[in-house]
Design a binder for this molecule. Sequence first.
Ligand code: GLY
Length: 255
Amino acid sequence: MSNQFTHAIVRRPGENFAQGLTTSRLGTPSYELMIKQHNAYIETLRALGLDVIVLDPQPDYPDAYFVEDTAVVTPDAAIITNPGAETRRGEEDTIEPVLARYRNTVRISAPGTLDGGDVLMVGTHFFVGISERTNKGGAEQLGNILEEFGNTWTAIPVEAGLHLKSSVTYVGNNTLLLIKEFEDHHEFRRCDRIVLDKAERYAGNTLLINDCLITPKGFPGTRKRLETLGLAIIELDVSEVRKMDGGLTCLSLRF
Ligand code: GLY
């Protein structure tokens, strides 16, 4: 079953995390608050039964705590990405040996680029965003690997938000939580859809782990609609992560 996990990998944000890439205009993030929010995230994953592997910051890579972008982990393999942002290339090298303890690893190679944030797994089907970070070549390399293991995939152009999962996530019960722009996308019609209110778009990055939805704090309309799914819900404050264009899914690799 999709989204049943036993392990997660996270990386602590470094003191220089605010030097990472961002387009947000939400102000300067606080290191102290970021660490507090990151610790709460780790504790939540542990409370959900995951064995959480916590890596040290990578001072040369201020975005490296967004570990999700460095790999796509399926039940069959760990596909190590070639991140789309030049300043992030190299982050994946320290993730590969950690994942190699649990899965065979395969690499995406240049000129293909791929960020894990663009990959949405729904059972054995994978939606792969073509975005500023993931190009067609990277998506096709990933798709070929996924197909070798009996999975299917489709490419989705990402015209809003940084990554595909900035705007679409899987929330269980064959349901996607998504922004209005994706509501009528033919590829998403295979699922039921909850369309986010414009003012609550950020909540589109909700994380399903072991029948529990972790959703960003401060989006009451979305929370109410998620409640109809009958799953447990935990709200986490990720204000500082948001200031760096990140969200709940970017902070971990789950498998
Ligand atoms: N700050 C996250 C990213 O731009 O990759």
